[in-house]
Design a protein around this ligand. Structure first.
Ligand code: XMP
Length: 535
């Protein structure tokens, strides 16, 4: 076994059984998406730092290498560069955008600032004989985002695509299996993008498409059994997709050695705690330890208005309860966490610092998830999903029989309804927002629109009151903000254009059925500049 393999944790070893394509990450917002797209082709893919040496990469034995885009110009001071030896490994390489420019410059070509920047859609004219574009139509739309362009090709390369503004929109050196594209094949706006990636991954790199969720489950179960032996495992269950799928996987692997702890903070939606217990405990016979902590959380939030403080208090209290309870009902040797691949690579909400070459996290909100327990708890960790993307966890969940209503559930924040009350979260206000939320979900379900929006929920504004009239009487009460968004991944979002009749039903019912609410307003802010949640 080589050095890199020895360094991999046990959970990571399964990846060695699959053909893989690595993505050298130069800081593009799309780097992670490239890996996801490759996995959609059933080939394992992961992001590795751009600094990885040729030796390290060779030891990983990938079938292909993709150089991602990035925010820099190859001529910027401190611009990230890869080990030039990677071009001599004999492994096929595809450079995208910055990756192509870096490849061209490193191999002796010339890159210049383009006369015209090209952002957005551009019509690509390709050579359909080039292996990357084999048998595709000769013109189609591509997605561009670049200021620099390749002016002179390195030796052995030829041009395989152009656009009006970019004469070198794709280049290739067939003999060395080196390819470059100026556009982004991974984004949906590029027509035939997935076909192009398929040509690189399957045809050129000859990777076998054997990465599948059923195999992942089979191997994970073996690994969990081998690791845990006859010891006990604790899992913090929230009822969301990740912790639910994890509970099912662990239950299948180790049965009654698994205990799920569900902490009821009092911030869940109407009927959810009961539904969760019925599903896990009664229907699937998974052991659940239910902690009634509603009073404790409400008292901790007394008088707290600041959103960050609220989130921190809820997170802190959650950890305290978890520690106390696990000591009381334990001991447990292992703690299972639903950590996902994006949490590991930390790319989704990070920026790239061109001078230090490091990714820098930009903190907008503190997230306290059940997966975010501190590392100094006295447990050994198992994190079977640490190499999976969210959509892969959904597929794992589906294969394991997790009910559809859990798999398809909209995201729900860890601090729950408490952060959907703008102001102090009191028992009474929680009831108000819970009722409004229940009506919203009911109407969205009835309209058949549930799966066409990313999230839809209400926000209670406690410091705003407005005048209204109900049954000849003047009212002076709080409004509910209706928030509905469409999104691919929660990182950016658009406000959803819900039909007027659905908006009308929601508004009428909330004002009629929820005490102390006399007005409903609709939030028409996208993200950015807004965030999805209000706190
Ligand atoms: P924002 O409000 O930052 O939210 O645009 C992006 C997505 O994340 C969800 N969200 C959370 N999820 N714990 C979570 O598990 C949290 O603390 C949390 N806060 C926000 C939010 O609902 C949206 O889908």
């Amino acid at each position: 076994m080589n050095e890199l393999q020895q360094n991999l944790s046990k959970e990571d070893k399964n990846i060695q059984f699959y053909d893989s394509v690595v993505v050298l990450d130069f800081g593009s917002q799309y780097s992670e998406l490239i890996a996801r797209r490759v996995r959609e082709l059933n080939v394992y893919s992961e992001l590795i730092p751009y600094r990885s040496t040729a030796k390290q990469i060779k030891d990983m034995a990938p079938k292909g290498i993709i150089l991602s885009g990035g925010p820099n110009s190859v001529y910027d001071e401190g611009a990230p560069v890869c080990d030039p030896e990677i071009f001599n490994l004999g492994i096929p390489i595809l450079g995208g955008c910055y990756g192509m420019q870096l490849m061209a410059k490193t191999l002796g070509g010339k890159v210049v600032k383009a006369d015209k920047h090209e952002y957005g859609k551009a019509i690509l004219e390709i050579n359909p004989k080039d292996k990357l574009f084999l048998d595709l139509e000769s013109k189609f739309t591509s997605w561009m985002s670049h200021g620099d362009s390749v002016l002179e090709l390195p030796e052995g390369f030829s041009i395989s695509a152009k656009t009006t503004n970019t004469p070198c929109a794709a280049i290739s050196n067939k003999d060395k299996k080196l390819y470059g594209v100026q556009f982004h094949p991974e984004v949906i706006h590029t027509m035939n993008g997935i076909e192009i990636l398929k040509h690189f991954v399957i045809t050129i790199s000859k990777a076998k498409p054997t990465w599948s969720m059923s195999k992942f489950i089979e191997e994970s179960i073996n690994q969990i059994k081998a690791k845990v032996g006859d010891k006990d495992v604790l899992l913090a269950l929230s009822g969301g997709v990740d912790s639910s799928a994890l509970a099912f996987l662990l239950h299948k692997a180790i049965g009654s050695q698994l205990t799920c702890m569900f902490i009821d903070q009092g911030f869940m939606r109407k009927g959810e705690p009961d539904r969760l217990l019925t599903t896990f405990q009664n229907e699937f016979e998974i052991k659940v330890h239910y902690v009634h902590a509603q009073e404790r959380f409400i008292s901790a939030l007394k008088g707290v208005i600041d959103p960050e403080e609220k989130r921190k208090i809820i997170g802190r209290e959650f950890i305290r309860v978890f520690e106390e309870e696990s000591k009381r009902i334990g001991p447990f040797d292992y703690l299972a966490q639903g950590t996902l691949y994006p949490d590991v690579i930390e790319s989704a909400d990070t920026n790239y610092d061109p001078t230090s070459g490091e990714r820098v996290a930009v903190k907008i909100k503190s997230h306290h998830n059940v997966g975010g327990l501190p590392k100094d708890l006295q447990f050994k960790l198992i994190e079977p999903f640490r190499k999976l993307f969210k959509d892969e966890v959904r597929r794992v969940g589906r294969e394991l029989g997790v009910p559809k209503r859990i798999i398809e559930r909209h995201p729900f924040p860890g601090p729950g309804l408490a952060i959907r009350i703008i102001g102090e979260a009191t028992k009474e206000r929680l009831e108000t927002i819970r009722e409004a939320d229940s009506i919203i979900r009911d109407e969205i379900n009835k309209s058949g629109l549930y799966n066409s929006v990313w999230q839809v929920f209400g926000v209670l504004l406690t410091s705003v009151q407005s005048v209204g009239v109900m049954g000849d009487k003047r009212t002076y009460s709080n409004p509910i903000v209706l928030r509905a968004v469409t999104s691919e991944d929660g990182m950016t979002a658009d406000w959803a254009k819900l039909p007027y009749d659905v908006l009308e039903k929601i508004s009428t019912r909330i004002v009629n059925e929820v005490p102390n609410i006399n007005r409903v307003v609709y939030d028409i802010t996208s993200k950015p500049p807004g965030t999805i949640e209000w706190e």
